[in-house]
Design a protein around this ligand. Structure first.
Ligand code: AP5
Length: 192
């Protein structure tokens, strides 16, 4: 079973993906994590995307589609969770083509429905917690970058809600509920 977790920054995509990895042996494909790893390890691609990510903008479709394509040839466990991908209509089309070429299907697109005030609070808290724990906050977890991330979401990613609705793949879940309740709602969709 292959699924997409769709939602704005801070909606809980990564949190819920981890629950699905633990509970269902699914494989999380987070383009954000892959790009951060490339940034940290200082690869050419990492250097190229660092400033774009820190500012909260989207990196090119070509880069992220390439990253996902590589992973689709790897172990699939209980299925792939696409976390933070696709983020543009071009990425969504590319994912459909890639899955079709590999004889795979997309089974569910789960939209984590939240509101902007909560997102800002969650991101600000995450940054504070990281610092309090002696680490550093994500370079894009600041007020300025968050504004850009939200704008990128509304301009480029939110059209995917209509795209997947029209394909009949979309289910909305209340992302404002407690983490366990969101997990239960997603489980109900996957087990239906
Ligand atoms: P990415 O890493 O994907 O970041 P994001 O979409 O901004 O998402 P976040 O990780 O901030 O939020 P999340 O929805 O995963 O929420 P989380 O579970 O962490 O992308 C980063 C950057 O990489 C992009 O800006 C772009 O530059 C680039 N990029 C990545 N993919 C790309 C693509 N496909 N195309 C182009 N560029 C791309 O939760 C957030 C916080 O809230 C946590 O502290 C968590 O504990 C808390 N929380 C979660 N759920 C709940 C709940 N139900 N109740 C209370 N608190 C909760």
């Amino acid at each position: 079973m292959n699924i997409i977790l769709l939602g704005p920054p801070g909606a809980g995509k990564g949190t819920q993906a981890q629950k699905l990895v633990d509970g269902r042996n699914m494989v999380q494909l987070s383009t954000g994590d892959m790009l951060r790893e490339a940034k940290t390890s200082g690869t050419e691609m990492g250097k190229k995307v660092a400033a774009i990510m820190d500012a909260g903008e989207l990196v090119t479709d070509e880069i992220v589609i390439g990253l996902i394509e590589e992973k689709l040839d790897g172990p699939a466990g209980g299925g792939f969770i696409f976390d933070g991908f696709p983020r543009t209509l071009a990425q969504a089309d590319a994912l459909g083509d890639l899955l079709a070429r590999k004889g795979q299907t997309l089974d569910h697109v789960i939209e984590l429905q939240v509101n902007d005030d909560v997102l800002v609070d969650r991101i600000v808290n995450r940054a504070k917690e990281a610092v309090a724990a002696g680490g550093t906050a994500r370079a894009d977890d600041n007020e300025e970058s968050l504004k850009v991330r939200l704008m990128e979401y509304y301009k480029k990613t939110s059209p995917l809600i209509g795209y997947y609705y029209a394909k009949g793949d979309l289910t909305g879940v209340d992302g404002l509920a407690a983490i366990d309740a969101v997990e239960a709602s997603i489980a109900a969709v996957l087990d239906a």
